[in-house]
Ligand binder design. Structure first.
Ligand code: GLC
Length: 552
C-alpha cells in the first residue's frame, strides 16, 4: 500500500464559531483558536480542519460565503489567519480549509450581478430557469426543506438552491465558474494551507434538463437527490480540480459526499481516477433515522457494524476511508451511539477506539475528545441553525403539526447539539467567552470540561491522547488490513488488523450490557482498554461498552 502523510494523520475539526472567543463578543474567533493550540498539541492531532472563516452573512454559519478571499471580521483578519497558520506549522501540525463551492451566499458580488438582468455577464454563474405555468421549474425539494427554486423579481426567473434560499447554487457547467473556483483554491494553497475539506463535493452536477423527480410522498416537493448527486460530470470536474490544482500543490483532499455507496467511494478515492484522497460518507449517519433525518428509527449496533465493515472492505486496497462519528452537522456521538449518563466515559472511549482502529484517517470533532453530549433546549427560539428553522417552518404548515414531538426530534438529531460552545472549564459559560455566547452553553459544563479532564488521568481526553500516540507508534493501526471476525454478532464489533507479522485485535462492546464472548481472542499485549486491563481472553466477558485493543 502507498504510504501518505494524510493516511497517518489524525484530523481535528474546529468549528470556529464555537471553539474559543478571545474578544468577548460571544463568538469564537481566530485568536481563540491560536490560544488553544497548546491544547491540540497536547492531544496529539496532526491536522486542523477549519470550518469556514470567510466573509459571510452567516445564514448557514459561514457555509454561505460572500468573499472567498477574506476573513469574517468577527473571526479576525487575514493577518490573524496568517499568524494562525504559522503557529500551526511551527508546531508541526497542518491546516486544511473548507472549500464551499456548490453555492455562494446570495450576497456574493457574483450573485448580486447575476440577478440584475438576463444579459449580465454573471448570469450564467448560477442556475436560472423560467417557471412552469406560474409554478417552480420542477418539483425538486431542497435539502433544507421547501423547493430548491426561488423566484426572483428583477428578471422574473427562478434560481436554484439545494440548501437554503440564501445559498444559490453555482453553475459548474460554466467553465468560467470552474476557473474562479480553481483560483480560489490556489489563493489559499499559495498562502500555505495543506489541503481542503470540500463541502458537498458530489452535488455539483445536476441532471441535464432538470427533469421532475418521481413522486414518492405527499406534498408538492419531492426527493430529487439522485438527480443532483454523483453524476458523471461531477467526477469529471473533480478530476479537473485534481489535475490542475490539488495534485500540483500536493495537498490533501477530503470530500463531503452524502448518499454514496462503497462503489461511489471507490470512484471518488481510487488514486488512479485522480479525484479525491478520501470522502466523508454518510452510511452510518442514516442508520437511526427514517425516510428523512427528522424521522426516528431504532439504533441497532449491528447496522453500524455492517456499514463500517462494508466501507472497510469496499475501499480495501483501492481508496482510503475517513472514519468519523461526529461533526458540526451531526448530534454528539456519545448521546447517539453510546450512553451519555451512566456509561459516558465507557461509551465515549469505546467509540473513540472504533474510529482510531479502523483502516482510514480518524476525524475528531471538537469536544468529542471530552465526551461532550447533546444539549436539551425547551424553546424553538434557543436554536440557531437554519436547517432546524426551515424544517420547523415547513412542519408548521402541516395540519397535524405537533410541537412537542418536533422539539424532541430537534433535540435528538438537530445540528445545534454539536455546535454548543466548547467546554473549557467550570467558570461561567464554560470558559468559552466572557460575553454572551451566540448559542447557549450545555449546562453540564461544570462536570464535563477540558480543565478537569487534563488533570484527570482517567478521562476521555487522556484516552484519546493515548489512542493517538498508539496509532503513531504502531503502523498496523494505519496500514493493517481489516477483517471482521464476528460479522453476525448483533452487539460485539471485533476485527483484526494485520500488517506483516503484527496483528491488532480489537474488541468492542457496542451496548450497555455484559456480553459473553464465545470466540476467544488470542492472548497478547493489551495496548489499551477502557476498563482496568483484565484480559478478555481470560474472562470471556465484555463489560458495558468495553473496548480492548490487543497486539499479537
Ligand atoms: C455541508 C456542511 C453543512 C452546510 C451544507 C451547505 O453539508 O457541512 O454544514 O449546511 O454543506 O453548505
Amino acid at each position: 500500500m502507498q504510504r501518505a502523510w494524510w493516511k497517518e494523520a489524525v484530523v481535528y475539526q474546529v468549528y470556529p464559531r464555537s471553539f474559543c472567543d478571545s474578544d468577548g463578543d460571544g463568538m469564537g474567533d481566530l485568536g481563540g483558536i491560536r490560544a488553544k493550540l497548546d491544547y491540540l498539541e497536547e492531544l496529539g492531532v496532526d491536522v486542523i480542519w477549519l470550518s469556514p472563516v470567510y466573509q459571510s452573512p452567516g445564514k448557514d454559519n459561514g457555509y454561505d460565503i460572500s468573499d472567498y478571499r477574506d476573513i469574517l471580521p468577527e473571526f479576525g483578519t487575514l493577518a490573524d489567519w496568517d499568524a494562525l497558520l504559522s503557529d500551526v506549522h511551527a508546531r508541526g501540525m497542518r491546516l486544511i480549509m473548507d472549500l464551499v463551492v456548490n453555492h455562494t451566499s446570495d450576497q456574493h458580488p457574483w450573485f448580486l450581478e447575476s440577478r440584475k438582468s438576463k444579459e449580465n455577464p454573471y448570469r450564467d454563474y448560477y442556475i436560472w430557469r423560467d417557471g412552469k405555468g406560474g409554478e417552480e421549474p420542477n418539483n425538486w425539494e431542497s435539502i433544507f426543506s421547501g423547493s430548491v427554486w426561488q423566484y426572483d423579481e428583477p428578471t422574473g426567473q427562478y434560481y436554484m438552491h439545494l440548501f437554503t434560499r440564501e445559498q444559490p447554487d453555482l453553475n459548474w457547467e460554466n467553465p468560467k465558474v470552474r476557473r474562479e473556483i480553481k483560483d480560489i483554491a490556489r489563493f489559499w494553497l499559495d498562502r500555505g494551507i495543506d489541503g481542503f475539506r470540500i463541502d458537498t463535493a458530489n452535488l455539483y452536477a445536476k441532471q441535464p434538463g432538470l427533469p421532475d423527480a418521481p413522486v414518492t410522498k405527499a406534498g408538492k416537493y419531492q426527493d430529487a437527490f439522485k438527480l443532483h448527486s454523483n453524476l458523471p460530470a461531477n467526477h469529471e470536474w473533480l478530476r479537473e480540480l485534481h489535475d490542475e490544482v490539488f495534485a500540483p500543490a500536493g495537498c490533501m483532499t477530503v470530500g463531503e459526499t452524502s448518499g454514496v455507496t462503497p462503489q461511489d467511494g471507490r470512484d471518488y478515492t481510487d488514486p488512479k481516477r485522480r479525484e479525491l484522497n478520501m470522502i466523508i460518507q454518510f452510511g452510518h449517519m442514516t442508520i437511526d433515522v427514517g425516510k428523512n433525518k427528522w424521522e426516528k428509527a431504532e439504533y441497532r449496533p449491528i447496522a453500524l457494524k455492517k456499514v463500517l465493515t462494508a466501507w472497510q472492505e469496499g475501499l480495501n486496497g483501492i481508496g482510503w476511508n475517513c472514519n468519523y462519528l461526529s461533526n458540526h452537522d451531526q448530534p454528539r456521538q456519545v448521546s447517539r451511539f453510546g450512553n451519555d449518563t451512566r456509561y459516558r466515559y465507557e461509551s465515549a472511549t469505546m467509540l473513540a477506539t472504533l474510529i482510531h482502529t479502523l483502516q482510514g484517517t480518524p476525524f475528531i470533532y471538537q469536544g468529542e475528545e471530552l465526551g461532550m453530549t447533546n444539549v436539551r433546549f425547551d424553546r424553538f427560539e434557543d436554536f440557531q441553525d437554519v436547517e432546524i428553522h426551515n424544517w420547523i417552518a415547513a412542519e408548521r404548515q402541516k395540519p397535524d403539526f405537533n410541537p412537542v414531538a418536533a422539539l424532541a426530534q430537534i433535540n435528538r438529531i438537530g445540528r445545534d447539539n454539536a455546535r454548543t460552545p466548547m467546554q473549557w472549564d467550570d467558570s461561567e459559560n464554560a470558559g468559552f467567552t466572557s460575553g454572551t455566547p451566540w448559542l447557549r452553553v450545555n449546562p453540564n459544563y461544570p462536570k464535563i470540561n477540558a480543565k478537569e479532564q487534563l488533570a484527570n488521568p482517567h478521562s476521555v481526553f487522556q484516552y484519546y491522547k493515548k489512542l493517538i500516540q498508539l496509532r503513531k507508534q504502531h503502523n498496523v493501526f494505519v496500514y493493517g488490513t481489516f477483517q471482521d471476525l464476528l460479522p453476525d454478532d448483533p452487539a460485539i464489533y471485533s476485527y483484526v488488523r494485520t500488517l506483516e507479522s503484527d496483528q491488532l485485535f480489537v474488541l468492542l462492546n457496542l451496548t450497555g450490557e455484559d456480553l459473553r464472548l464465545d470466540a476467544k481472542p488470542p492472548a497478547g499485549k493489551i495496548l489499551l482498554s477502557n476498563y482496568t486491563g483484565r484480559p478478555v481472553w481470560e474472562s470471556g466477558v465484555l463489560l458495558p461498552y468495553e473496548a480492548q485493543v490487543i497486539l499479537c
